[in-house]
Design a protein around this ligand. Structure first.
Ligand code: NAD
Length: 492
């Protein structure tokens, strides 16, 4: 409620984090919002102390209590080892909607100035390749599991439509790679098409993600709300922020049903840490999203107006913007100086652009609970049949050698249908010669057309094959409601 005291967890974070977070806290205080901040840790220092999650229990407890977080960027160890503490935070609290607005700002020159770029990227935040389920199948072949669920898709797509409805937006674009990943990205697209029927006043369109990238570079003003899977969203939201001035200006909110985490899109920018030169606008605008979430709409509008006035007048300009405008970087404003300028501009209104009156609300409250189409009972009622199995084998043997051996091992109930290498059929021979990387997939199906493959048949087959080949993993071939739950190999 406006005017009441709020309890918020603040994570200053790594690198430039403490500086930009401090800037936002000062502005919020100057705007008269009473917040009791619970300072909590996550990220680099926590990893260094040996906590491999990067998010200590005290921080988790604080968030569970306050349910609202303002956080600075956290450094992520690259490659092997610890997971990203950012991703851990988003997942631990099921903040499934990553909302990243990108709109033209006054005084921030871009190639698209005057075209009216004003979009919101709604990125699924939990699933997809970010499920982080990776395995070395052999010493030389790595695999990452792409997990897309109906429930996860429905939650984020409904979130996007509800956001569009609340904010009076006209169109929702769904961006996928469903033409290539027909089951994973295809499921997301199908759920989008199903749900769009419930929002007849909103134009619903689907575009392939590579075309979205192309269209965004060419004429970004056509986009309104864009909803997409996790990795697609990661990439196009950075692209979108590049269109309107860069990472220094890109805010974001991670919303769950009852917990929200607000942070800049940018990272810890270590080379600028502690120098008082970084642009705090992204984190300030993230804190504006937070104030709207806390129902502090007046303060949110006053702060956003003050940011717009400061940018529009261009008297206080941070280094990144000075570089973009060809200004004097040496004379650019410090982080502190820019913050002071915004505070001095509180209660002024921009003159060259209309004040923004976005209404990002607590998602849990604003969203009427719809009837979900997912759930155990619905899922259990789907007719299904297992018709075969894919066995993945570590083998450098040629398909001509391995094929007949596997055929002989198939047994009475099953038959070897094909072998593929990296998804391309190599047996029976196609006349082409895709490279062997040391991992073959052998597909066995029920010998009798239309028959099921039983668990006993599959397990017995696995035993026979394991005696001859090093198997790495197994995937059942299921048919759900008459539709194959598996894809063909290329060339099959
Ligand atoms: P980065 O965003 O930290 O910095 C890239 C460059 O962008 C900087 O060198 C700087 O030139 C510019 N930049 C970023 N923020 C700016 C700002 N506020 N003002 C002006 N210029 C700005 O990306 P990176 O160097 O790839 O990542 C550094 C670390 O941050 C890594 O450990 C990475 O994993 C982490 N990271 C964290 C988050 C997060 O916490 N949400 C997001 C991205 C990256």
């Amino acid at each position: 409620m406006p005017g009441q005291r709020h309890l918020v967890t603040v994570i200053p974070g790594d690198g430039v984090g403490p500086e930009v977070v401090r800037s936002a806290q000062r502005i919020i205080a100057a705007a008269g919002v009473a917040i009791d901040w619970e300072t909590a840790e996550a990220g680099a220092e926590v990893f260094k102390r040996g906590d491999t999650s990067g998010v200590p229990t005290a921080t988790r407890d604080s968030i569970a209590r306050t349910r609202v977080v303002l956080k600075g960027p956290l450094e992520t160890p690259v490659g092997f080892g610890e997971k990203s503490a950012n991703v851990t935070l988003r997942k631990l609290f099921e903040t499934y909607a990553n909302v990243r607005p990108a709109h033209e700002l006054p005084g921030v020159p871009t190639r698209y100035a005057g075209e009216g770029v004003d979009m919101i990227i709604v990125r699924e935040n939990i699933e997809d390749l970010y499920a982080g389920i990776e395995h070395m199948q052999t010493p030389d072949v790595a695999q990452c599991l792409k997990v897309i669920s109906r429930k996860g898709s429905e939650k984020i797509i409904r979130y996007a439509f509800e956001l569009a409805r609340r904010e009076g937006r006209r169109k929702v674009t769904c961006a996928t790679k469903a033409n290539i990943m027909k089951l994973t990205e295809g499921l997301f697209k199908r759920v989008f098409e199903e749900l769009s029927a419930e929002y007849p006043e909103i134009v619903a369109e689907h575009l392939i993600i590579d075309n979205v990238a192309h269209q965004m570079a060419k004429s970004p003003a056509q986009f309104d709300v864009v909803v997409t899977t996790n990795l697609n969203g990661d990439i196009i939201s950075d692209l979108a922020s590049g269109l309107v001035g860069g990472l220094g200006f890109a805010p974001s909110g991670n919303y769950g049903d009852d917990i929200a985490i607000f942070e800049a899109v940018h990272g810890s920018a270590p080379k600028y840490a502690g120098k008082d030169v970084i642009n705090p606008t992204a984190l300030i605008l993230s804190s504006v999203m937070m104030l709207r979430h806390l129902d502090e709409t007046d303060a949110a509008e006053r702060i956003e107006d003050a940011v717009l006035v400061t940018l529009e007048e261009g008297r206080s300009v941070t280094q990144d913007l000075a570089r973009q405008t060809g200004g004097d970087v040496e004379q650019a404003a410090s982080t502190t100086g820019f913050t002071d300028a915004i505070i001095a501009n509180l209660d002024r209104q921009p003159t060259t652009v209309a004040p923004r009156r976005g209404s990002e609300r607590p998602s849990g409250q604003a969203r009427p609970r719809p009837h979900w189409t997912y759930g155990e009972a619905v899922s259990a009622a789907v007719p299904r049949m297992t018709v075969g199995v894919d066995l993945f084998l570590e083998s450098w043997e040629t398909a001509e050698t391995a094929g007949p051996i596997l055929e002989a091992l198939a047994g009475e109930a099953l038959t070897l249908q094909m072998i593929s290498s990296r998804g391309t059929m190599v047996y029976p021979a196609t006349g082409l010669a895709p490279d062997n990387v040391g991992l073959l997939r052998a597909r066995f199906v029920a010998r009798e057309t239309g028959a099921a493959a039983t668990d006993a048949d599959i397990l017995a087959l696995q035993g026979r094959v394991a005696a001859r080949f090093a198997w790495t993993h197994v995937e059942k071939l299921n048919i759900f409601a008459g539709e194959p739950g598996f894809t063909k190999a290329q060339g099959q």
